[in-house]
Design a protein around this ligand. Structure first.
Ligand code: HPA
Ligand code: ZN
Length: 329
């Protein structure tokens, strides 16, 4: 199965670029920028990566990205992620970035956008990896803050495929951002939303009511058969992140991952790495972990790879070309 996973072309649809920040690169950039970090070694950093919930992770995640200051930093971060994609035969990526986590500490929006976009273009040149960039709003901040960020993004919007909603879920339901989603929809952006990771099934229902185009995580949709039915009816893609789910104790062991049950129900589920530097593995490691724990068949693995392309924001002809490539691999 490991060989099959490695051989199949795959798209990654749920990845926070700041969550691919490996401790080695963090050290290098901290030194370059002469920024102090509260860790003495790469081992010390890795030892701090033990989480009992989403918030404990987010606190460390926002701390880690504090060393990112220049366009070059964001370029290097993106470049390193695309090296990992190439190694895992990930041929298309649709990645999130968190502009407010940078502008909030004084790094200009344009610096962040230029660095990441240059890194993505560089990866396309080096490996042929195609990409979409998704600007994600922080849900622990206000909707007004989100609108201000959207205004800053205005000159860049033709290079962004869509928007997302991430950070602390509980207490910050999708409807808190109903007007912002509506505005982004009117601007022609695709709508993604983290829902049902830690938040209750009601948050999944709200995301459906808003009319999102893709749901990130969505695990807790499985608690309500009406949500499952509606997700299937719409053909909505769910971007599940197995190693993230165990690292953040969304599930207590991999055997409880919803991936197999979602496949069996007919949900367009995909496998993704979320924040691989923090959760212990990139795309193929996530596939291997669920394949092992859930005894996935070759047909399941191929379906997950097909779903990653059909659930992408690629044009239909491109999707069809990649689905064929999965079938013939
Ligand atoms: N959930 C919510 N916010 C996030 C995540 C996540 O898994 N990763 C980075 N920001
Ligand atoms: Zn995420």
């Amino acid at each position: 199965m490991k060989d099959l996973i490695a051989r199949l072309p795959k798209a990654e649809l749920h990845l926070h670029i700041e969550g691919s920040f490996e401790p080695e690169l963090m050290f290098e950039i901290a030194r370059r920028n002469k920024v102090a970090i509260p860790f003495g070694s790469v081992e010390e950093i890795r030892a701090a990566y033990r989480f009992s919930n989403l918030q404990e992770f987010l606190d460390i995640y926002y701390q880690g990205m504090n060393v990112l200051l220049t366009e070059e930093d964001f370029f290097d971060l993106t470049r390193a992620y695309l090296d990992r994609c190439a190694a895992d035969n990930v041929t298309h990526v649709e990645i999130f970035f968190d502009p407010q986590a940078h502008t909030g500490r004084g790094v200009p929006f344009d610096v962040v956008a230029r660095g990441i976009l240059a890194g993505l273009e560089d990866g396309k040149r080096r490996y042929g990896i195609t990409w979409h960039l998704i600007m994600s709003f922080l849900r622990h901040l206000s909707e007004e803050d989100g609108f201000a960020t959207l205004a800053q993004a205005e000159p860049w919007l033709d290079r962004f495929a869509g928007i997302g909603l991430d950070s602390s879920e509980v207490g910050h339901p999708p409807m808190k951002f109903a007007r912002l989603f509506q505005r982004c929809r009117e601007m022609g952006l695709q709508l993604c939303c983290h829902a049902g990771e830690e938040g209750p099934p009601e948050y999944v229902a709200e995301a459906l009511e808003i009319g999102i185009d893709r749901m990130d995580h969505g695990n807790r949709a499985m608690e309500d058969p009406r949500l499952v039915t509606e997700i299937i009816r719409r053909g909505l893609t769910l971007t599940v992140c197995p190693l993230s789910n165990t690292a953040l104790k969304v599930i207590d062991r991999m055997e409880r991952s919803p991936v197999k049950a979602m496949l069996e129900a007919g949900i367009a589920v995909t496998v993704n790495s979320d924040d691989p530097a923090y959760f212990g593995g990139y795309m193929n490691a996530n596939f291997e972990a669920v394949a092992d724990a859930l005894a996935l068949t070759e047909a399941d693995i191929r379906q997950l790879a097909r779903n990653s392309f059909t659930g992408s924001f690629l044009p239909e002809a491109e999707k069809a070309r990649w689905v064929e490539a999965v079938d013939s691999a």
